[in-house]
Design a protein around this ligand. Structure first.
Ligand SMILES: [Ca+2]
Length: 331
């Protein structure tokens, strides 16, 4: 909300805001508070038509505080782009690798079970959990309804965030979490798996069968939800994500990467690609594409179908390479 940008405090309770911004110059003019109230009333009508109970909507919006901080974060453009190596150093630090190795042992029983149920190797569940929220320790402190209401009302990406807001209300309506405990990132990514509300509705699981899909505090639900997401988008547990390769100078890796050309392992071998250490590529009947990330310092990867499944979670090549690389340390 533009008006919030003039305020010095990061979070403002709406009635206060209303008092401060009411237009005084022309009495008949539609005030910003009127605009907001009309927006909320219209949203309420839509939510109730979708089956959300009035008391759920009203309790949620009683807490809504349009947030200047959320708008700032949404507007913020990265000042520079990290190289792949800089990104990987940050996202998969030695500490994170050490913790990932600890967590995969600590939760081996449930991870083995979930892995078998969904057909997703446990190292990918742990890698995503570690990269998304540092194994559940950095889940974001924003109230999701407030953050999404701010972004839905703001105008820049209203349609997207309005849909997510309605999904968040549906989650409250189904009783999976209370409004005060529905916390997440400034953009509404929730819980230990950082699911957006629409992803929660499609993929979150109640693995411990207590009637609530709880990606905030129930470890079994967190692991099963991550695995269910991957499984639902076509994960294969008989292959890995991909591998780093050496591309000979005779091959235009960047062009092949851009074209997303799929080739068999035998075809890549014939072009002269090798494993990172120079050893021949494995003999496997696998189709893959070459990924040469921008700012990757020339590093190149053969990406299997699971790589594209990770991109469905987050469409950044850096992210997918980080998940794959961290998972490789857990084999
Ligand atoms: Ca549960």
């Amino acid at each position: 909300m533009k008006l919030c940008l003039n305020m010095s405090r990061s979070r403002i309770i709406f009635p206060m805001l209303v008092a401060m911004i009411m237009s005084v110059s022309v009495q008949a003019e539609t005030t910003d508070s009127d605009k907001y109230q009309a927006w909320q009333a219209e949203l309420r009508t839509e939510a109730l038509a979708k089956g959300i109970r009035a008391e759920i909507f009203d309790a949620a919006f009683e807490r809504v505080a349009l947030s200047e901080r959320v708008i700032e974060l949404d507007r913020k453009q990265p000042e520079f782009t990290l190289t792949l190596d800089e990104y990987l150093t940050r996202v998969i630090s030695n500490t994170r690798i050490k913790n990932a190795k600890k967590k995969i042992v600590e939760h081996a029983d449930i991870l083995d079970e979930v892995s078998k149920t969904y057909g997703v190797q446990k190292r990918y569940i742990v890698a995503l959990w570690g990269i998304e929220t540092n194994f559940g320790s950095h889940t974001g402190g924003f109230e999701v309804i407030s953050a999404l209401a701010t972004l839905a009302y703001d105008g820049r990406r209203s349609a997207y965030f309005r849909k997510e807001l309605l999904s968040a209300l549906q989650i409250l309506n189904e009783g999976h979490i209370s409004v005060e405990n529905m916390k997440g990132s400034w953009a509404g990514a929730m819980g230990q798996s950082q699911f957006m509300p629409s992803s929660f509705i499609s993929y979150a699981e109640d693995y411990n069968k207590d009637g609530r899909r709880d990606i905030w505090t129930t470890r079994e639900d967190v692991f099963a939800s991550i695995a269910n997401y991957l499984s639902s988008v076509g994960w294969r547990d008989d292959i890995t994500w991909g591998r780093e390769v050496l591309v000979p100078a005779s091959v235009d890796g960047a062009a092949l990467s851009k074209a997303k050309t799929q080739k068999t392992m035998a075809q890549w071998k014939a072009l002269g690609l090798t494993s990172l250490g120079g050893e021949p590529l494995p003999e496997r009947n696998l189709s893959s594409r070459l990924v040469v990330p921008a700012d990757g310092g020339g590093r190149a990867f053969l990406a299997y179908s699971n790589y594209d499944n990770i991109l469905k979670w987050n469409r950044s090549n850096y992210f997918a390479i980080a998940v794959g690389t961290l998972s490789d340390t857990l084999r």
